[in-house]
Ligand binder design. Structure first.
Ligand code: CA
Length: 224
């Protein structure tokens, strides 16, 4: 789950980064309006945490641009003013949710999870696909009722497959989904192949049907 944090209060930005990274999100950050716009132009995120008052622009204008460009990111607006007015303006502009500062980091993470779940999986907390069951809140995975211990990367891969069931996914898209800051992944897919191999192995060990199929020359397809 890739998140862009747009926040100009550095201490708050850093706390969000630390907390959300530890909670399993891949986080990018921007301090200025222009920087945020550039990152959103270059990359796709699952959700954006968007501060309204930025030094070089209004966060809600950024939201408007995202909507006009038909970008798919979920948007959680955060505002220092905490006034009803900001909340209404944010939601009217198409934000998925709103949080007034100060807020608890656990609350922020829960709201982001909910936004991403609504967008990707129609609001469900537990996903079932073939022999696999995933609890999106606890990040636990089961096969035939037995828990499968996945690394963060393996879990993210599995979720990406589940969000794109029965569709061919290019290895570029998979690598980009996992890459964080490791741009060199684009030239070398060995790491991606290793993660997929391990994921398949762990699922198979619990008796899971082989649902991650290679598509020659392109990438993979999750079939169930
Ligand atoms: Ca601000």
């Amino acid at each position: 789950m890739k998140i862009l944090i747009v926040e100009d209060e550095i201490a708050l930005q850093q706390s969000m980064l630390q907390y959300l990274s530890a909670a399993g999100f891949h986080c990018d950050h921007a301090t200025h309006f222009r920087e945020a716009l550039q990152k959103l132009d270059e990359k796709d995120y699952d959700a954006v945490v968007l501060d309204i008052m930025l030094p070089d622009g209004d966060g809600l204008l950024l939201l408007k641009i995202l909507k006009e460009d038909k970008k798919q990111e979920g948007v959680l607006v955060v505002s220092a003013r905490g006034e009803v007015d900001d909340r209404i303006r944010g939601l009217k502009a198409g934000a998925d949710d709103y949080l007034a500062k100060p807020f608890h980091m656990a609350e922020l993470a829960a709201r982001l999870q909910a936004i991403i779940r609504r967008r990707q999986f129609g609001g469900m907390q537990v996903l079932e696909a073939g022999d696999i069951k995933v609890d999106l809140d606890s990040r636990e995975v089961w096969v035939h009722g037995r828990i499968v211990n996945l690394t963060r990367k393996e879990y993210d891969l599995l979720l990406f497959f589940l969000a794109n069931k029965n569709r061919v996914i290019s290895r570029e898209a998979l690598a980009e989904h996992l890459c964080e800051a490791h741009q060199d992944w684009f030239d070398d897919y060995d790491l991606l192949y290793a993660h997929i191999k391990n994921l398949k192995k762990k699922l198979a060990e619990q008796g899971c049907m082989d649902c991650i199929k290679s598509v020659y020359g392109i990438g993979y397809k999750f079939i169930c």
